[in-house]
Write a new protein. Sequence first.
Lengths: 136, 136
Amino acid sequence: MLNYQAATPAPLDLAFQALADPTRRVMVERLSQGPASVSELARPLDMTLSAVVQHLAVLEASGLVRSQKVGRVRTCRIEPQMFTAAERWLGERRASWERRFDRLGAFLAETASEEIATEPATSPAAPGARRQRKKT
Amino acid sequence: MLNYQAATPAPLDLAFQALADPTRRVMVERLSQGPASVSELARPLDMTLSAVVQHLAVLEASGLVRSQKVGRVRTCRIEPQMFTAAERWLGERRASWERRFDRLGAFLAETASEEIATEPATSPAAPGARRQRKKT
DNA sequence: CTGATACTTAAGTTAATGCTTAACTATCAG
DNA sequence: CTGATAGTTAAGCATTAACTTAAGTATCAG
């Protein structure tokens, strides 16, 4: 996974990556109903405790989940902030194309009785010679 | 990546996985402002066209993006439905813990002058002997 | 002290990812 | 027809991810 962009993965990288796994989503679903211990999280899952601990590590690294150990049991809980961040990113994209649709609608309504030439807004795309390897 | 749960990955797996990559998010950000050709998507990205095409394939497989080819240019655009699905999943989790917070608040307000014993709701956790390998 | 519980940590294995080259296939302009 | 555009496809390679075993380390109950 050579991602030549940032040395440190962005928070959203980690969040979406964490949510991409069905096992981890099950864990998150459980936790969104209230705190739970590691074994409680593991119970419905068909894998070793060890694997669950590793999934938990991914969730914690992503900032979606937090946990603390009291005695010998580690209690895990949801960390709402990162969820909000992910939700916000999605919402912003949606807002973007919805705004565009609104403009398009307004434009169509406005020019309904004027002209008819309305290309689907494909920009000219300058030539821009580019060799195959373009490593900065 | 041995994911012993489903032979077919769930839609949300693909969607979140697709969004987990910063390059693909840049592509999505571009597309949420309007349709674009493959080369247009590639222009700001520091990688070969080939790599961009592969990222696009991931986005299409996830259902977040759709594309069609006219002549020699492929025009890509956002597919809103899958975004909504992802946003909804996040929203439902949030609703879950917010509901819980409300109940907790109500409970605290109600018993404010009665008793004081209020454990953080850690369930009893039955013994349930389990060997290390528990492959169904 | 002893044994169960509840994790932890470290390897090791396998498959999936994110790239790169390189070679090809259609358009479209002139 | 020719050359440039725009994309496609197939290998190949290094890294990461998702597990497994196996062998710990702290609690806590009795």
